[in-house]
Design a protein around this ligand. Structure first.
Ligand code: C5P
Length: 229
């Protein structure tokens, strides 16, 4: 395939407080990582790099094999780093073959529909990055300490999800530039834009929310239960 999907799953998940790295916490009988990989393998065939926490590579391999089915040759597990950016960089280093397009996906967005993954991949061209977004629903304020300084026009804002898709060559050089500059971005689109490249948005999905807190895990459980009823 000319597309690779880097699934970053090396976070510690301290905000989830579930006693294991977040990707290995169960939603139902399956872990967050397994659900994320089920979505990835339900999308069009792509090379899949799972970036695992150090010490959990074997567990990640098990989840990869279970999700991949007959596409297991397209998958590979590598060890992550201590920031998300370092984990993505480890994933980029593990790409093989003639991949021209890279999607970076948070394992924590475990219920992201395969349609969103395919739509992002389809929208990437040789010069442009693509991210799925949702409109901002909350009323937002600019604050300074306890002072509310002013309103923010939410029509100018969007909430970013993953997978975020990029042309491989430009993403790799943008990662090198961030490394040289010593900047740590928490978002690949920001890193890509910092290198001077254009990023477009397409429609995300409510199911693409990031599981961060125990309440998010509950929300994911409810969504899965609603589907199987
Ligand atoms: O912490 P947060 O939920 O924002 O992390 C987003 C994604 O990045 C998660 O899927 C997490 O596993 C991954 N991550 C990583 N390596 C890190 C930190 C986060 O792969 N050092």
């Amino acid at each position: 395939p000319d597309t690779a999907i880097i699934v970053v799953a090396a976070g510690s998940g301290t905000r989830l407080d579930a006693g294991a790295p977040k990707a290995f916490v169960g939603i139902d009988s399956h872990s967050i990582l397994r659900h994320a990989l089920d979505g990835v393998f339900a999308a069009s065939p792509a090379q899949v790099i799972v970036v695992a926490p150090a010490g959990f590579e074997g567990d990640a391999e098990t989840e990869l094999r279970a999700a991949a089915g007959d596409r297991v040759d397209l998958g590979r597990v590598v060890t992550g780093g201590d920031t998300r950016q370092r984990s993505v960089a480890a994933g980029l280093d593990a790409l093989w073959g003639d991949v021209t397009r890279v999607l970076v996906h948070d394992a924590a967005r475990a219920l992201t529909p395969p349609e969103v993954i395919d739509a992002v991949a389809a929208a990437v061209d040789e010069a442009t990055g693509v991210i799925p977004t949702l409109p901002v629903i909350d009323t937002l304020k600019r604050v300074d300490g306890d002072a509310v300084v002013g309103p923010i026009d939410r029509s100018e804002l969007a909430a970013a999800q993953t997978p975020q898709g990029f042309p491989r060559a430009l993403l790799e050089s943008a990662y090198e530039a961030a490394l040289t500059a010593g900047v740590d971005h928490t978002d690949d689109a920001a890193l890509f834009a910092a290198a001077g490249h254009r990023v477009r948005q397409i429609a995300g999905s409510a199911r693409g929310f990031k599981i961060t807190t125990p309440a998010d895990l509950e929300r994911a459980r409810h969504m899965l239960a609603a589907v199987s009823e």
